[in-house]
Ligand binder design. Structure first.
Ligand code: GLA
Length: 393
């Protein structure tokens, strides 16, 4: 089932890389030239992601099913005498550093990857990296993982390292966990590095075994709406860490290493821990069911699973928010086949699977509900499953 791919290759199926990624990369190259007065050795692009289903299962060694968004972080890069980082969203400055240690702010995602590559034995020396990204920031669509993965591909190629993509995802996750300091699982980095165009990717987070499942909603007369609630993330880090701690405690009480291994009928007397457990057990099953329904040729059939996932996150895992619930309820009320929050929660984005003919009406209902509740004005767009990270130039 798993198919290791090199960090060096272009897209695996030999088709032209995503034209949008190419345009972003061309901008990154221009920015590199302007900032550094030289030409880069190449340009690489890595996408943000939507998780179709399988939330907070990754650090429980369970199942996830993301697809890549057609939004990318593009990095133009070349070897240099010292580290120099520039981002079109970085306030105009070049961040310079003699070492990869101690870099802060947005450049930490780039320096952190260099640090993690060195730690993993893929020696990398100083480089100049200019990045240009259109992955919405703070929307729960993995803009930071996109930066990390673009930098990782760039540094691997510049230094002649061939790194299996699953291994690359582990390295990028380590940058996020140990350098940036966010206690996340491996969902975001593996989505950016391993997803393929026109597919959702089923992945077992225990061994990163995966299966690409065709996911072309348009061919079924459907549209996948992404609703960025534009609500500020609240207490994200603390709440995320506390959910992890709950899962670890639940696993300890059940005598298993990870909740992935808990029996289907497991029960805990502590109500909160029991609800956390129930979310993980049912969510893992929903991922498997989603894969079965998609492989059976139905896309509309996953709608109920998406909605059940949202209810589980809202009531059992308690990671939704007023804004996310508003978007989901409004979409369902206006006829969506299914809807759920996606990503870590406490803000960020929801997704709604809708009949294409109903998309304008459902978008209008989502906007009206937010307005009526005096919530921030959401940003809604239609997503398709785009290409994973690749070298562009
Ligand atoms: C965030 C984390 C991921 C994953 C999701 C929830 O996106 O970065 O590792 O845990 O939340 O599924």
């Amino acid at each position: 089932m798993p198919t290791p791919e090199n960090t060096t290759g272009h897209r695996r199926n030999g088709a032209e890389p995503d034209a949008h990624a190419a345009a972003l990369a061309a901008t990154a190259v221009e920015v590199f030239r302007t900032q550094f007065g030289a030409s880069p050795a190449g340009a690489w692009a890595a996408p943000g992601r939507v998780n179709l289903i399988g939330e907070h299962t990754d650090y429980n060694e369970g199942f996830v099913m993301p697809f890549a968004l057609p939004f990318y972080a593009a990095a133009a890069a070349a070897k240099a005498d010292t580290w120099e980082f520039h981002s079109t969203h970085g306030g105009g400055a070049i961040v310079r550093s003699e070492t990869v240690e101690g870099v802060e702010g947005w450049a930490a995602y780039l320096a952190g990857v260099a640090w993690a590559m060195n730690e993993a034995g893929y020696e990398v020396g100083p480089a100049r990296i200019a990045v240009h990204s259109d992955v919405p920031h703070g929307a729960g669509l993995s803009s930071s993982a996109a930066l990390e993965c673009a930098a990782l591909l760039a540094l691997a190629d510049l230094h002649g390292h061939t790194i299996d993509r699953a291994e690359a995802a582990r390295i990028a996750r380590r940058a996020e966990n140990e350098y940036v300091g966010a206690p996340t699982g491996i969902l975001d980095q593996s989505a950016s590095l391993l997803c393929e165009e026109g597919h959702a990717m089923f992945m077992d987070c225990r061994d990163l075994a995966r299966e690409q499942v065709p996911f072309n909603v348009e061919e079924h007369g459907l549209t996948m709406l992404v609703i960025d609630t534009r609500a500020p993330h609240r207490h994200v880090d603390g709440e995320y860490a506390s959910r992890r701690a709950d899962c670890e405690e639940a696993a300890r009480l059940l005598g298993v290493d990870f909740l992935r291994d808990a029996p289907a009928d497991a029960h805990l007397d502590d109500d909160r821990l029991n609800r956390r457990l129930r979310h993980i057990l049912t969510e893992n099953r929903r991922v498997l069911s989603t894969m079965d329904v998609l492989k059976g040729g139905s896309v509309a059939g996953i709608g109920e699973l998406l909605t059940a996932s949202h209810v589980s996150m809202r009531d059992d895992y308690e990671i939704s928010s007023v804004e996310l619930d508003s978007a989901v309820d409004a979409a369902l009320g206006a006829g969506a086949l299914g809807a759920r929050m996606t990503g870590g929660g406490f803000g960020g984005s929801a997704i709604a699977l809708v009949e294409t003919a109903l998309a304008p009406k459902i978008e209008a209902a989502v906007m009206a509900a937010a307005k009526a509740a005096a919530l921030p004005r959401p940003q809604v767009f239609a997503a398709r499953a785009a290409a994973g990270a690749h070298r562009v130039l």
